[in-house]
Design a protein around this ligand. Structure first.
Ligand SMILES: [Zn+2]
Length: 251
């Protein structure tokens, strides 16, 4: 019996998914404007980067609001430095947000992350550091990190990562969502040795706006970020981020 039900449902699910994809793509094509809602391609990739106004339009379309919560665990794993901020953005419908506030009252603030995680339509993460820009102060750090977390959440929610990459209005314009986050400067600009294997370190790539620090291949603040800790190949090398001439690298 089950087999029949499954076989019967699959085409419908595929059709529903196809329709949803189509309406998202229609929305991108008709409502989002270049240079306002999305920006310039990341070098070496054909993708545009989704900007904050574009992410906010998606939230409007899907009737979701962002809720930002400090991600203390990740912050601690990344060294717990003063001046570094890590936030999670939960995208929530109005009803779910009300329910979350109700549960917070009942269960207590120590369950905050779990409560939001259970009720949110999607979540994304953003990190940043006061030192990444000379003009950065605490106010604009919060704004920038909120923006990074929001864009990350929208890209995950709408399955948009095939169309868009992260970022950016700020200096971190070239950050790649495929890079890992630097424990020193907080930008997503850490690359790996890559195919040519000329480098034997993780490297915070200056050509992407990174700080230029290198890290050992067993640096826990970086390896903790791998989905599969044994597979460093998931991290792009210089050639994957558009740099064919990696003879200029310092190692
Ligand atoms: Zn760095």
């Amino acid at each position: 019996m089950n087999e029949i039900v499954v076989a019967d449902n699959v085409p419908k699910q595929a059709e529903a998914y196809g329709k949803q994809r189509k309406s998202i793509l229609d929305f991108v094509g008709s409502q989002l404007k270049e240079n306002t809602d999305y920006g310039h391609p990341f070098p070496g990739s054909g993708k545009k980067s989704l900007l904050k106004p574009g992410a906010e339009k998606f939230c409007g379309l899907l009737q979701l609001e962002p809720v930002f919560v400090a991600d203390t665990d990740t912050w601690q794993m990344m060294g717990g430095k003063d001046g570094m901020l890590v936030l999670i953005c939960f995208l929530m419908s109005g009803d779910r947000k009300t329910e979350a506030l109700h549960q917070l009252k009942e269960l207590g603030m120590e369950f905050k992350l779990d409560i939001y995680r259970n009720l949110a339509a999607a979540e994304g993460r953003g990190a940043g550091n006061l030192e990444e820009k000379k003009t950065m102060n605490e106010n604009n750090l919060v704004k920038i990190v909120e923006k990074r977390a929001l864009v990350d959440a929208v890209l995950r929610l709408a399955g948009l990562s095939e169309l868009f990459t992260q970022d950016g209005e700020d200096e971190a314009q070239k950050e790649s969502k495929h890079c890992l986050t630097c424990p020193e400067c907080g930008k997503k600009t850490i690359i790996g040795p890559g195919k040519k294997a000329k480098i034997k370190n993780f490297y915070c790539y200056p050509k992407l706006g990174g700080c230029g620090k290198k890290f050992a291949m067993d640096e826990p603040r970086i390896t903790i970020q791998f989905e599969n800790p044994n597979n460093h190949d998931e991290l792009p090398g210089p050639e994957a981020v558009g740099d064919k001439d990696n003879d200029s690298l310092p190692f």
